[in-house]
Design a protein around this ligand. Sequence first.
Ligand code: SF4
Length: 389
Amino acid sequence: MLSSGRTQPDRCPGVLAVHEAADGGLARVRLPGGLLTADQLRVLLEASTDLGDGRLELTSRGNLQIRALRPGAPQELSDRLYAAGLLPSIAHERVRNILASPLSGLDQHSRYDVLPAVAELDRLLCADPRYVELPGRFLFALDDGRGDLATAGADVGVRMVDADLAALLLAGEDTGVRVTPERLATVLAEAAVAFLDERSAQGSSAWRLAELAQGPKAVLARMSTENSTAEQFAPGEPVRAGRVADALVAVVPLGSLERPQAEVLAQYAVRGLRVTPWRSVVLPGLADDEVVERIAAAGLVVDSESPWNKVTACAGRPGCAKALADVRAEARRVTPRLPARHRAVHWSGCERRCGQPGGDFVDVLALADGYSVDGGPAATAEQSVMRMR
Ligand code: SF4
């Protein structure tokens, strides 16, 4: 047995390496930093309409998925995405897992705009064949200082301490290494190489940095950095629906973006969109009340107090063969009745709990005879609602 306990490469889907789900092929399109132009959104929407089920799914890593792809569709999909600039390197497509604070550069809580470093890191990864070896689960995170990515579970990350320095984090822990803004991408790329080298030295097939023996310490020892005393950083809050400075955050209920909703977003995304890890999108530069009303009328949530800010679900039935229930239908039915100020809620069709959020959440798990809430006895979805506090 290898040191991580892993015996196989991960099977995270991509555009060409689709996952065969119960409802057909599932392709995942990486969006470094969650960034997308309106034209790119239209390309994805048309591709889903022509080749899949017409929807776009938002993932817990700020990516988009197309479901129910017909046989032979991945090649055409990859051609379209390449032409739209969404697939800069086919060899690297599954390793472009880069999260960034979705409100970076947009409000007063942003200590430094990390988005240029996202683009630079993506370029560094795609230009070097060594990074093809990174597991599809390996995650980079660039936090603009607000701490919203503290529970994202990134393998390597930076968090701005102030406008001039960032902390280097490995497996979520501060290393004590401090990085100037112009070196953010370089240091993250260097950390990824150190992970690959250490993994090789340990004879491991680890997917995540924390799976290596002495992971953070061993990886840091391979880097040409100087560290001082590490700090404990407080976690920040995920973004919520509503206006933030001159941007709008719109929650996509259960991360399922229907065609009319995507069309409205593409129409008004004058400065592009940012897909967040919390099943929402940020539209920078959107102050017009009438536009906000149109977005809400399409079924997207713009109310910061809506329960949809904190409810997620896995694919469930019929999309996933492992699911014991249609958890999305149940979640849609009972979410409007959730008690005020409830905790985050995640519905899972089986014990794998795909797409669960980071941090604290109410764990609603489908059983053969109902739902368990936080490990409690089986109950109907309705009975479970009052336990979701
Ligand atoms: S949690 Fe289970 S049922 Fe839900 S998508 Fe994952 S494998 Fe399927």
